[in-house]
Design a protein around this ligand. Sequence first.
Ligand code: ADP
Ligand code: MG
Length: 265
Amino acid sequence: MMFKNELDKPIIIVEELTKIYKMDSIELKALLNVSFNVYPGEFVSVMGPSGSGKSTLMNLLGCLDTPTSGRYFLDQQDVSKLKDNTLAAFRNKKIGFVFQNFNLLPKLDAFQNVELPLIYAGVSRAERYEIVKKLLKKVGLEDRIHHRPNQLSGGQTQRVAIARALVNNPSIILADEPTGNLDTHSGEEIMQIFQTLNDEGKTIILVTHEHDISLHTKRIIHFRDGQLVGDEKVENPVRAEDILQDYAKQKEKQELEESHLSPRN
Ligand code: ADP
Ligand code: MG
């Protein structure tokens, strides 16, 4: 195997995974005999045209849906063998989700949105406070703690969602088009956070239809019509940090030019 690190066991094993949606008399093959492994510490992007099965795959990987056939091992555990209660607890411990539309609660502020899963998990108030503060700082939002989603920019909202995905300290992050609703600059900021998390050891699987975004990851798998049609290594992933620095330099230069052009009298 090309991506195998001899010391590691795959954190995700997908074998002949198939998902068929039955609607009236029509069968829609959303995913067909998909097999691949992901090793700890990988950063994988999933690419493919709209309708190619990317979200279906993510929902299966996140144990939010069950396959029609095939097997899925999450950290060596066959998830089909787990009962609902155990499955939910197992999933919450292993996986953090980030979605294109953020999925935050509009009436709660940034702090409360990140805190909520910890309340469900029965974590004490003092401990919750420490965890949430630390995570909001990590995503650069320590000065926006009491803003509600509609008082934040798209990029800031997505950063709250990332902080929320991290509260249970999962080893895997699944992100379905996390930059899909963001401008290029905010998208780079999100990719910078994901790259830092990956540097720190998180395994990340990210759906995108933007080639530029996929080049920030270490491996790209391609889907078409529910089938895995390509799997490639990215030799030198683009660092979001470098791109953001370039943006800042360009902006500085522009401002300087403008200040020289403006009439002074
Ligand atoms: P992508 O995320 O790549 O755009 P999806 O995984 O959302 O693709 O969808 C794959 C295919 O499965 C599409 O043809 C879509 O219409 C269909 N599909 C997705 N979810 C359902 C569902 N709940 N019921 C029926 N068909 C679905
Ligand atoms: Mg989708």
